[in-house]
Design a protein around this ligand. Structure first.
Ligand SMILES: NC(=O)c1ccc[n+]([C@@H]2O[C@H](COP(=O)([O-])OP(=O)(O)OC[C@H]3O[C@@H](n4cnc5c(N)ncnc54)[C@H](OP(=O)(O)O)[C@@H]3O)[C@@H](O)[C@H]2O)c1
Length: 253
């Protein structure tokens, strides 16, 4: 169970090698209650290293599961396997790709692959996790959306469209779950310095993975909600959503 201070005992992280997932697990382990972590990701040295890092924080049970977001049944299978072995307090959905926009925009097949990884697999994981948590009677799904979900930009049109779909579904499901003991926390970071953004020029208000982890750790109690990282991003995006298109398309973002 998650205690009143928001410290969970068990976490399932899909996106085992994600920098944001790693920082979040490290942050949650600091509280000393974390007993079981299930890391779902593609097999290999990066996943092995992620498991070693979690074990080094003192977590007693560290399990790994194979997860390939491009395979339709993979996410629900992972969720089922994790819950079959015991309760899960927090399901963290933290995977995805940020492709080169120009390349994927002229390749419909690559665009469809992106949708499969960034959207379809999140839908299947989210629906499966919510059902298991409802049966269990408690728990939180943390969904990594993005500030880019709020208004599509030409520079990341396809990525942003997948995040818009994820954000819309997760927010609505969170509302539908009100009063059930299960909640959905939708996280909307701006630019985060991780492997995903390596080599890209940091945007204004850029943060580190540890900042996202801190925001997640502080929002595991209190029901379904939307968490902006940094908080000021909320006001920036609110302004951008009402910016006229003729002006918006000229902005260097
Ligand atoms: N970084 C940012 O600026 C930013 C901003 C807003 C939202 N987000 C979101 O935050 C989440 C985590 O991103 P991050 O910054 O932590 O990125 P990251 O460090 O690059 O991690 C991406 C993760 O996605 C996994 N992945 C990619 N394709 C996969 C596939 N086909 N099957 C299974 N796993 C796959 C990677 O696994 P492998 O190691 O196997 O490749 C890795 O674990 C993503 O949803 C991202 O969209 C990031």
């Amino acid at each position: 169970m998650i205690d009143s201070l928001g410290a969970p005992q068990s976490v399932l992280a899909l996106g085992a090698t994600s920098d944001i997932a790693g920082a979040t697990l490290a942050r949650l382990a600091q509280r000393g209650r974390l007993e079981r972590v299930v890391l779902a990701g593609r097999p290999g040295p990066h996943r092995d290293a992620a498991a070693e890092r979690v074990a080094a924080t003192g977590v007693q049970r560290v399990e790994v599961l194979d997860f390939e977001a491009g395979e339709r049944s993979s996410a629900p299978d992972v969720v089922a396997a994790a819950f079959d072995r015991g309760d899960i307090d927090v399901v963290l959905l933290s995977w995805g790709v940020l492709p080169d926009e120009a390349a994927v925009r002229c390749d419909p097949s690559a665009a469809a692959d992106l949708v499969e990884v960034n959207y379809t697999s999140v839908v299947t994981a989210l629906l499966a996790a919510v059902e298991y948590l409802r049966v269990q009677g408690h728990g939180v799904v943390v969904v990594l959306s993005s500030a880019s979900a709020v208004r599509g930009r030409a520079s990341t049109a396809l990525y942003g469209s997948t995040k818009a779909g994820v954000d819309s579904l997760a927010s609505a499901l969170g509302d539908a779950l009100y009063g059930t003991g299960v909640s959905v926390v939708v996280v909307r970071p701006g630019f985060v310095r991780t492997q995903m953004t390596a080599g890209r020029r940091p945007a204004p208000l850029a943060v580190n993975a540890s900042d996202v982890a801190e925001a997640i750790a502080l929002n595991l109690t209190g029901g379904s909600r939307t968490v902006w990282v940094p908080r000021a991003m909320r006001y920036v995006m609110t302004g951008l959503t009402v910016t006229p298109r003729a002006l918006f398309r000229r902005l260097p973002i």
